[in-house]
Design a protein around this ligand. Structure first.
Ligand code: 8YV
Length: 313
C-alpha cells in the first residue's frame, strides 16, 4: 500500500500521522505552501483524504482529486465533509463513532459541574490567595436539576445516563421521538429550553441544526438556565449567546466548541459564569489512539477490498 497517496488535511494526532506515514505515501496538506499546484501535481496518486473536525473534504478538494476513493475522518462529526458530493462521486466516507462517546459525555458532565459549582473560579480563588481573606461564595446544586438534551444519539444517551445518576429528570429534542426511551420528548427546542435548567447540545451539525440555539431558545432557557455545548460551535448563534451572558439573561455556559475556532469571543474572558474549553471532548490519550486505529483500520479495509469498519457512505 506504500504507493497509495493519502492526504492528511491538518495536524490531528502524532500516532496517526506516524502510522499513515509507515503504510502509505503521506502528504501533509497544512505544510504545502502552494495548494493548487500541489493538487494538480498529485491529483492522480491521492486516493484517500484523512480529515477531522477542523478540516475535511469540501467540494473543491473533492473535485481536485479525481482518483479519490475514500475520506476517513478522525472524528464522529461529518460537517467538514461534503457528503452529497462524495455520494455523487461514489467516494466512501468513514468516521470514528462509539470510541469517543464516553469521553465526550464525561466532559459534558464535567462542564455542568464546572459551571454550576464554579470550579475554575474556585481554583483561581485559592491560587490567588483570596481564600485567606474570606470563604468563597455559595454556588448552585447539580443533583436533581432538569437536564434537556438536544440530540439523543449515542453521545446524548451517554450524557442522559450519567445525568440520571445525579437524579436529574431528563428531557430531549431530536428530529423524531425515540419511543424506546423513557425521557420526555419536546418537538420544539424552545419548549425544551423552557422546561429545563441545563440545556446540552449533543446533536450533529447539519443545515437543520445550524443555530438551533438562537435568541428565542436562550430567552426560554432564562436567567437561571445553563447552556452546555459539546457539539459544534455553529449550533449556537454565538453573538446572541455572548450578549445574553454579558447581560446575565442566561445563567451560565460551559462551551467546548465555538463558531470560529480557535477564535473565542473575548467578551467571554471576563465572565465568571462561563467555562471555556479548547474543543477537547474526545481529547484523551486512550480515545485518540482508538480513533486513530479506526481511521487506519478503515483505510486498510478499503484498500484490501474488505468491509469498512465504520462506514458512513
Ligand atoms: C475531535 C470531534 O476534536 O469527533 C468529533 O466530531 O470533534 C473530535 O473528536 C477532532 O476531530 C480531533 O482532531
Amino acid at each position: 500500500m506504500e504507493s497509495i497517496g493519502v492526504l492528511m488535511a491538518c495536524p490531528m494526532n502524532p500516532y496517526l500521522e506516524q502510522e499513515l506515514d509507515k503504510r502509505f505515501t503521506l502528504h501533509r496538506f497544512w505544510k504545502v505552501p502552494e495548494k493548487s499546484t500541489f493538487l494538480s501535481t498529485h491529483s492522480n496518486s491521492i486516493r484517500a483524504v484523512v480529515g477531522n473536525a477542523f478540516a475535511g473534504a469540501d467540494a473543491q478538494l473533492i473535485e481536485a482529486l479525481p482518483k479519490l476513493e475514500i475520506v476517513a475522518s478522525f472524528s464522529v462529526g461529518l460537517d467538514k465533509i461534503d457528503l452529497a458530493k462524495c455520494k455523487e462521486k461514489g467516494i466512501r466516507v468513514t468516521n470514528t463513532p462509539d470510541v469517543l462517546t464516553e469521553d465526550v459525555a464525561d466532559l459534558a458532565i464535567g462542564l455542568i459541574l464546572a459551571v454550576l459549582r464554579n470550579l475554575c473560579e474556585c481554583d483561581r480563588y485559592v491560587r490567588s490567595g483570596k481564600w485567606k481573606k474570606g470563604s468563597y461564595m455559595l454556588t448552585t446544586k447539580f443533583t436533581g436539576k432538569r437536564v434537556g438534551i438536544i440530540g439523543l444519539g449515542r453521545i446524548g444517551m451517554a450524557i442522559a445516563k450519567r445525568a440520571e445518576a445525579f437524579s436529574c429528570p431528563i428531557s430531549y429534542h431530536s428530529r423524531t421521538e425515540k419511543p424506546e426511551t423513557k425521557y420526555k420528548y419536546y418537538p420544539s427546542v424552545v419548549e425544551l429550553a423552557a422546561n429545563c435548567d441545563i440545556l446540552v447540545i449533543a446533536c450533529s451539525l447539519t443545515e437543520e441544526t445550524r443555530h438551533i440555539v438562537n435568541r428565542k431558545v436562550i430567552d426560554a432557557l432564562g436567567a437561571e438556565g445553563v447552556l452546555i455545548n459539546i457539539g459544534r460551535g455553529p449550533h449556537v448563534d454565538e453573538p446572541e449567546l455572548v450578549s445574553a451572558l454579558v447581560e446575565r439573561r442566561i445563567g451560565g455556559a460551559g462551551l467546548d466548541v465555538f463558531e470560529h475556532e480557535p477564535e473565542v469571543p473575548e467578551e467571554l474572558f471576563g465572565l465568571d459564569n462561563v467555562v471555556l474549553l479548547p474543543h477537547v471532548g474526545s481529547g484523551t490519550v486512550e480515545t485518540r489512539k482508538d480513533m486513530a486505529d479506526l481511521v487506519l483500520g478503515n483505510l486498510e479495509a478499503h484498500f484490501l477490498k474488505k468491509p469498512l469498519l465504520t462506514p458512513v457512505i
